[in-house]
Design a protein around this ligand. Sequence first.
Ligand code: ADP
Ligand code: LRH
Length: 485
Amino acid sequence: MPKHHYLAFDLGASSGRAILGTLAGSKLQLTEIHRFANQMQRVNGHYFWNIFSLFQELKKGLAICVKDFGIQPESVAVDTWGVDFVQLDANGMILSLPYAYRDSRTDTAMDELFKLIPREELYLQTGIQLMQFNSLFQLFAMVKEQNPLLAVTRQILFMPDALNYLFSGAARTEFTIASTSQMLVPGACKWQKELIAKAGIPIDLLGEIIRPGQVIGQLQADVVAETGSRPIPVVAVGGHDTASAIASVPADDKNFAYISSGTWSIFGIEVSQPIVSEKSMELNFTNEGGVEGTTRLLKNIMGMWLIQECRRIWAREYEYSWPEMVDLAQTAEPFKFVIDPDDSRFLNPENMPETIVAYCQENGQGRPQSHAEIIRCIYDSLALKYRKTLDEIRQLSDQQIDRIYMIGGGCNNDFLNQLTADACQLPVYAGPTEATATGNIMMQAKALGQVASLTEIRQVVRNSFQLKEFTPRKPDANIGPASGR
Ligand code: ADP
Ligand code: LRH
């Protein structure tokens, strides 16, 4: 049986990886080629991504694949986290490092923009969860501060588009990543031009939008020379990591919800049309573009960022592994401390554990005394938030939900998987861990003609990965108060 090889470049906020997908018939095998840490860089009090070192790591991934593994992939594709972008000048040069979305320069941008465009109008015209770091607010903040680079910017490229550009030399804007910017007509490959103009953002900075599944170009000659690869196609997949992740949900029907569990917990369902209403606005749900004409109705929940930041702070004394943190949580009393994970103070605090302790104290719960109590607090609070979000999804859609797929790095956490099953009173199926890379690879396979549809993609995923099932236990004191918070 012929084998087809595709290389996925998947960049999350906490790590990046080059994952090789080998497709033989309807079976996919993943091989991790290269993994590296990713972290925002603080410079002069502001946060940036070092796109050039990320590009370097991705090229290294390709070189390792070709030279060390001896495998020439048929194509490559990039996906990344959402909303951040680079600015290109008239010569096509990247003007500066892109700001990272947790940077504080957008702290007041939403309220400022609501003075020009009422909150309701802004939501109803875009159908996107209002979050201060959405690209629209980032660009508006640049307009407000009269950012000098804006005057010489000729094009905006979102992170995956920018990396695809560095690989291929072709500057294209892919639909799924554009859809999370808060600048598109819901469900359409169309910029919301009037709204963008009202925010003072020059519309000609935003390029024409292409659908996932198209070839953008071939690897540039310098990349070919540096990596030893042949000049293979660079493919536009679901450039937004969650779009790629959801493409690989191993479902064979529509009756499911998903939680893509990584730096963020992305909880939602797949719908055929955006749901943009007074209710979805009140509940602040997003309608992001998916692959193959789908829409992802979902909520961004603060997710493992809370744990990552505790680990980073505690690493000054001791660097926990993830399983150690999960083990520790289980030694603490359940539901003694609960936070709202999405409280804005948790977006980018200097010291996450101290911020969590202060929250608990302010809310009359006392002070968590140990690392175990803080970690337990995070997992309990996420599980409760998941239950609340499920209730909200049910208010927005009558689509039947009879199970939850937990995908991404966080799905390795059996403890939280069980808490989620208990809190939501639904079976949870965990896997695949590298869901985003899987979706990326399978869209490359579709672009190159090896699979024909999303249904087929999901068949391959079901055929290729062992899922772990978590059955909900009967409601009792273990799963916290009866109503969500
Ligand atoms: P992203 O791509 O958004 O940066 P990932 O999908 O790689 O994130 O998920 C990383 C997160 O998954 C970690 O922050 C950690 O909380 C969780 N995780 C990974 N492996 C494990 C494990 N073995 N046990 C518990 N949690 C884990
Ligand atoms: C998750 C994610 C999420 C949001 C956030 C900024 O990695 O893409 O969907 O867009 O990053």
